[in-house]
Design a protein around this ligand. Structure first.
Ligand SMILES: [Zn+2]
Length: 392
C-alpha cells in the first residue's frame, strides 16, 4: 500500500513534471532557467525533471542560445517524433484518421468516403482506418482520440446519440480499447475541433474562443479561459438543433426548424437535390462545382445558410461576450459568399458595440483540427501516458 505521504510526493512530482513538459511543449526552444522562471519551480527541481524527460526521450538539448552578454544557455526542445497518437474525425461525409506526432504534424492519413446507407458499418470502417494506420509502423503509438458527431459522454467514451452514424448508447471507447489495447478518448467533433484550433491555431493561452464547425451537422466548441467548457452533461455547444424562426423543415432529430436543416452542408445538398427534382444523389463536391460555376439557386441556399448561422452565433457569442469566433468544417468551401452572409446576419443580431469588437474568421486547420484536438485531449490534462518507463 502507498502511504498518504508517499502519494502526495508522487502527485507533486507528477504535477511538476507535467508543468515543465507543458512549458517545453509551448515553446520552440527554451532554457532550464526560463522554465524555472515561467513555472516558479526551483532550478534544482527543473533540472531533475528535465533529466527525467531527456531519459524518456521526450526532450533533447538543442544547442545554445545566442544571448547578448551573459553566458549562453543550453536550449531544450521537444522531440516531436518521440511519441505518436492516432486521431479520427467521423463528422464528415468521409471518415479520416491520421497518425500525429507531439507537435501536431500529420504523418500518415487514411480516408474512407461514407455514404448515408453505410452507417450500419460505421464501426467496421473505424477499425479499418485504425488497422491501416497501425500498419504504417509509426512507434510508439500512445493512444487513440476520436471526434464523433452527436451527443457524447466524454468521461465514459460513450456515444449517447449520433443519428448520422446510427449509434445510440454506443460504447465506442471501450470497443476500441478492447481491440487495440490502447488508451482511447472519444469526444464530440465540435469540441475536439475547438481544442485543436485553440492548441494548434496560435491562440493565446488562457483566452476565450468560440469555434463553430459546420459539416453534415453543426456544433460549437467553447473555450473559456483556455479550458474547454463542456456544460453540465458534456453537451455544451449543441447549437445544431436550436430552432430558427420561420423554418419548418423536419430535422433528423425529429423536431422542426433546426439550424441544421438550413445551415449544414447536408442541408445545402438536400435542398439542391430537391430543387432539381431529381432522385439522383449529389455529393458535396458536385454541389460545390456547380456553385463555383455560378449557379444562382445554390448561391441563394448558401446565403440563407449563412444568415441562419450568423443569427445563431449572435445569440451565442452575445450571451457570453466572447470576441473571437472561428468558423470551420466543410461549409468553409463556400468561401466569401457564405462568410459575408454569416457576418452580416451576425452584425444585425447583436449590439453595434459588440459587433465591432467581434471577429468572425475562418479556421486555419480544416478537418485536421478535429483529429488534433481529439488526440491531444488524451493527454492534455495528464501527460502520464507519454511516459513509457514505469514511474518511480
Ligand atoms: Zn434537429
Amino acid at each position: 500500500m502507498v502511504s498518504a505521504r508517499k502519494a502526495t510526493q508522487q502527485s507533486t512530482k507528477q504535477h511538476n513534471r507535467d508543468l515543465v513538459f507543458n512549458t517545453i511543449l509551448a515553446n520552440e526552444l527554451i532554457s532550464r532557467a526560463e522554465i524555472a522562471r515561467s513555472t516558479q519551480l526551483t532550478r534544482t527541481t527543473v533540472s531533475e525533471v528535465v533529466a527525467g524527460l531527456i531519459g524518456e526521450g521526450l526532450v533533447e538539448e538543442a544547442g545554445f542560445s545566442s544571448s547578448v552578454g551573459g553566458k549562453p544557455s543550453i536550449q531544450l526542445s521537444l522531440v516531436a517524433d518521440s511519441r505518436y497518437r492516432i486521431g479520427l474525425n467521423l463528422a464528415r461525409d468521409r471518415f479520416t484518421g491520421a497518425v500525429v506526432n507531439l507537435r501536431g504534424d500529420l504523418k500518415d492519413t487514411v480516408e474512407i468516403p461514407v455514404q448515408w446507407n453505410d452507417r450500419g458499418q460505421a464501426l467496421q470502417l473505424v477499425f479499418q482506418i485504425v488497422d491501416q494506420l497501425l500498419k504504417k509502423g509509426w512507434k510508439p503509438i500512445v493512444g487513440i482520440g476520436v471526434g464523433a458527431p452527436g451527443l457524447i459522454n466524454t468521461r465514459e467514451g460513450q456515444v449517447v446519440r449520433a443519428v448520422n452514424l446510427d449509434w445510440q448508447d454506443f460504447p465506442l471507447a471501450h470497443l476500441l480499447q478492447e481491440r487495440y489495447q490502447l488508451p482511447v478518448a472519444v469526444m464530440n467533433d465540435s469540441q475536439a475541433t475547438a481544442v485543436g484550433e485553440f492548441v494548434y491555431g496560435h491562440h493565446q493561452a488562457g483566452s476565450n474562443l468560440i469555434v463553430i464547425t459546420v459539416n453534415n451537422g453543426i456544433g460549437a466548441g467553447l473555450l473559456i479561459n483556455g479550458q474547454l467548457f463542456q456544460g453540465d452533461n458534456g453537451y455544451a455547444g449543441e447549437i445544431g438543433h436550436v430552432s430558427i424562426p420561420g423554418n419548418e423543415q423536419v430535422c433528423r432529430c425529429g423536431k422542426r426548424g433546426c439550424l441544421e436543416t438550413i445551415a449544414s452542408t447536408q442541408a445545402i445538398v438536400q435542398r439542391v437535390q430537391a430543387a432539381a427534382g431529381s432522385t439522383e444523389t449529389l455529393s458535396l463536391e458536385q454541389v460545390l462545382r456547380r456553385f463555383n460555376d455560378g449557379d444562382a439557386t445554390i448561391r441563394q441556399f448558401v446565403e440563407e445558410a449563412g444568415h441562419a448561422l450568423g443569427a445563431t452565433i449572435g445569440s451565442l457569442s452575445g450571451a457570453l461576450n466572447i470576441n473571437t469566433v472561428v468558423l470551420t468544417g466543410d461549409m468553409i468551401h463556400f468561401g466569401q459568399v457564405w462568410l459575408d452572409a454569416t457576418r452580416q446576419a451576425f452584425q444585425q443580431s447583436v449590439l453595434s458595440q459588440f459587433g465591432q469588437e467581434t471577429q468572425i474568421k475562418p479556421g486555419t486547420l480544416d478537418f485536421r483540427a478535429c483529429i488534433l484536438g481529439a488526440s491531444a485531449h488524451l493527454f492534455l490534462e495528464n501527460y502520464s501516458l507519454l511516459y513509457l518507463q514505469p514511474e518511480k
